[in-house]
Structures are given as structure tokens and as C-alpha cells.
Design a protein around this ligand. Structure first.
Ligand code: CTP
Ligand code: MG
Length: 400
């Protein structure tokens, strides 16, 4: 038996009472990014080579249903580790005792983890594992306390312990297997009641090594923590690109970004021919995953004849919002040999910011020529690019 063969015991057998009171779901079964909380922890353990297997501990009455669910989860995403499911007990320490009783013979050390800490990282797991490999019999992740802590009775402060040597401990807590088994047997015998496993080992007089924990490794306990869980959805920005070109010729007076350009060349177009707002519409639709302007507003439809392109922008913006996106930036480029755009740049940017509900600083307007080259160089027409950046605020379809 080698300590390198660590198994994780993931505890999900609690009643989750504090959270169930408001959310209606027992917290260990809450889903985050489409997976139950305990699965997020399982993933973190699977990224550490020394972890050789997982024991999931579920409430006895849910055991069979949860075993089937874990099977489905592995079928969809194989974490490449053997696993077992065990029934937990009345108190957390009972669940740990029952969980470690299920461990296979070859397991040398145990990482006891609360499923209620779904943001645990492979780095924290590795810190604990390395401490055990280096000879510690017990190692726990902890963070220095930032707040001053006070002992309070009947709303009155009775003591302020010095902060320098206080830490807040997290899980996974790692132990040599034999020590943890002995500790829990002793706790049963002596009637010790504890809220973490290290406390048992401390009572036995064994040293417990502290390794760095992580701020993000929070325990989900209250409805406020649940709100944090929802905020934790990664806000990866999404970017939409739009491009459009129009031909100069007998037609409509030039409008760019909703601003009429006096004495500019005329453009041939079905709608108002605003090449910049058309590119912007496509960029918005790109973010929303909603196709392109021709799909929404076919130029064969007489209803869109001479229509102001700001209507297109507003419709595309609504699509992006329906997709759960918040637009945070637009960068627009007009490519034209003629007319000069610079005098209108400020007005265009302000108008576009207004259309998108953005601050002026969130919109940039650029203009360039193509040095006499190509169709813009020959003054046959102009083109425009738009790049829109959005962040996801909520799942698609969930209107604010
Ligand atoms: N736990 C367990 N068996 C128990 C009690 C708790 O496996 N009999 C687990 C919980 O599922 C959780 C972790 O231990 O992952 C930490 O416990 P806690 O945060 O207190 O969760 P609950 O006991 O489920 O919640 P509550 O105290 O609000 O009822
Ligand atoms: Mg509890």
C-alpha cells in the first residue's frame, strides 16, 4: 500500500437544510453549468495523477438513483477513474466513516471532500497530495483569516482572539488511510462530535499540516452562496463580426451610422443603404448566433424598402439580449476613398452608442481608404466592418 494511491471521498449525503429552505433543492444535487455540484469536485480530483479513485457518498435513500446518475455522468464524460458509491449516515462524520469503509484495499491515503465545495481546483488537491507524499500523516488546506473574529454570547462580545494564528480550513482534507480509519473508530468509541476530520486526528495528538487553500474554494451553504454559484458562470466574451459593401450610383442619399452625410455620393440600396448599420446588425446577429441580416430582413420584401437601418440594429440587439448577452463594445470601420468620414465620426459614434444603449466610450468609429486600390479606391462604392463584443449575462431564453 503506497500513499501515492490516494482516493477521494466526496461527501454528498447531507440534508442541505439551510439551502433547501429557500431553493427547494438539496444542495448536493444542485446543478452548476449543467452538472451536479459533486461532479465538479470529481473533475478536479481526476486532474491529479496521484488520485486513483473516487467514492461518492449519498443519502441512503437516494443511493441507487444516484449510482445510476453517476453512471450516466461517466458515460457522458469519462473521468478515467474507478469509482464507488456508498450510503452516508446521520452526521457528516458518519458519512465519512461509511465512505472510508468502502475504500478498496490498495488505497493508501484518503482525501475527504465536501461536495458543497464545487470550485475546488486541482492545485489545492495537489497541495494536499504533495504534503502526504512528503510524509505528513494529515494535511488540510486553509486560508488566513482577514476579518477580526469575535466570540459572541447573547449578542455580546465576550472575546477577541488574536488573528495572527487563525485560519479558516477547507476541504479536501488528506490523511494516511490507517490514521483516518483509527480516528473515526475512536470517535465512535468515545462519542467525539466534530465538524471536520482533522479535529479527530488533533484529538489523537497527531500533527496536522496546513497547506495553502484557495479563496475560490468556498462552501455553498446559504442562499447568498447560491447566488455566488450563479455568478461564477464564466463570462467568456463573445465577438460578432459584420461586413457590408454598397455600390455608389443613382439611388439614396448617403447615411452612415444613422447620420446623413451631406453632399456625399449616392448609394444603390433596398433599405436606406446605411452600410455601417448593416455591418453592425450582422455583428450583433453574429454574437446572438442568429444568422444574418438577409435572413431577418430579406431585400425581396417590400416592407423593408427604404426602411431606416436603425430598425435592423434594434431587432438584432433584441435577438442578442434574448440570447442572454449584454453588448459591451462596438468597433466600427468604414472603408471609403470618398467622402471624408472624419467630420462625422463623433456624431456617428454617439448615435450608435445610443442605439446600442452604450456609453460613448464603448463605441469606436474608424475610417480608412484603400490607397486608391480596389472598388473603394476607384470610388465605385464603400464598405464597412463592425466588431461587437458581448458577455453572457444569463442562459439563452432566460429574459432578465
Ligand atoms: N454531509 C454528508 N453527510 C451528512 C452531513 C453532511 O455527507 N450526514 C456532507 C454534505 O453533503 C456536504 C458536507 O458534508 O457536502 C458539508 O456539510 P454541510 O455543508 O453542513 O452540508 P449539509 O449538512 O448538507 O447542509 P445543512 O447543514 O445546511 O443541512
Ligand atoms: Mg450540515
Amino acid at each position: 500500500m503506497s500513499t501515492a494511491d490516494a482516493w477521494a471521498v466526496i461527501l454528498a449525503a447531507g440534508r442541505g437544510e439551510r439551502l433547501a429552505r429557500t431553493s427547494g433543492t438539496r444542495k448536493q444535487y444542485l446543478r452548476h453549468l449543467g452538472r451536479p455540484l459533486f461532479w465538479h469536485s470529481a473533475r478536479a480530483f481526476s486532474r491529479v495523477a496521484a488520485v486513483r479513485g473516487l467514492v461518492f457518498v449519498f443519502p441512503a435513500q437516494d443511493l441507487e438513483a444516484m449510482r445510476a446518475e453517476v453512471e450516466d455522468l461517466f458515460a457522458a464524460e469519462d473521468l478515467g477513474l474507478p469509482w464507488l458509491a456508498a450510503a452516508g449516515g446521520e452526521r457528516r462524520q458518519d458519512s465519512v466513516r461509511l465512505g472510508i469503509a468502502a475504500l478498496p484495499r490498495e488505497c493508501g491515503s484518503v482525501l475527504v471532500h465536501d461536495a458543497a465545495r464545487p470550485f475546488v481546483s486541482a492545485r489545492v488537491v495537489l497541495e494536499v497530495v504533495r504534503a502526504l507524499e512528503a510524509g505528513a500523516k494529515a494535511a488540510i488546506p486553509a486560508l488566513k483569516i482577514k476579518d477580526t473574529i469575535k466570540r459572541v454570547k447573547n449578542d455580546l462580545v465576550c472575546e477577541t482572539p488574536g488573528r495572527e494564528d487563525l485560519v479558516a480550513v477547507q476541504t479536501p482534507q488528506g490523511f494516511k488511510r490507517d490514521l483516518l480509519v483509527r480516528a473515526h473508530a475512536l470517535a465512535q468509541e468515545q462519542g467525539w462530535e466534530v465538524t471536520d476530520d482533522a479535529s479527530l486526528v488533533e484529538r489523537m495528538g497527531e500533527p496536522v499540516l496546513v497547506v495553502p487553500g484557495e479563496e475560490a474554494n468556498v462552501k455553498i451553504t446559504t442562499p447568498e452562496d447560491l447566488a455566488r454559484l450563479n455568478q461564477a458562470r464564466p463570462a467568456a466574451p463573445c465577438v460578432g463580426l459584420g461586413y457590408d459593401a454598397h455600390r455608389y450610383g443613382p439611388g439614396r442619399p448617403l447615411v452612415l451610422g444613422g447620420i446623413p452625410i451631406p453632399n456625399g455620393p449616392r448609394v444603390q440600396a433596398h433599405s436606406d443603404g446605411d452600410v455601417l448599420l448593416h455591418a453592425l446588425t450582422d455583428a450583433l446577429l453574429g454574437c446572438a448566433g442568429a444568422g444574418d441580416i438577409g435572413l431577418l430582413f430579406p431585400d425581396t420584401d417590400p416592407a423593408f424598402e427604404a426602411m431606416s437601418s436603425s430598425i435592423f440594429v434594434k431587432e438584432a440587439l433584441a435577438r442578442a439580449q434574448e440570447a442572454g448577452l449584454k453588448i459591451v463594445h462596438a468597433d466600427l470601420t468604414v472603408v471609403a476613398q470618398t467622402p471624408k468620414i472624419a467630420p462625422w465620426r463623433e456624431q456617428i459614434a454617439e448615435n450608435v452608442a445610443g442605439l446600442l444603449g452604450l456609453e460613448r466610450g464603448q463605441v469606436n468609429v474608424k475610417a480608412t481608404t484603400e490607397e486608391g486600390l480596389g472598388f473603394t479606391g476607384e470610388k465605385k462604392g464603400l464598405k464597412a466592418y463592425a466588431l461587437v463584443t458581448a458577455v453572457r449575462e444569463r442562459p439563452a431564453g432566460d429574459r432578465a
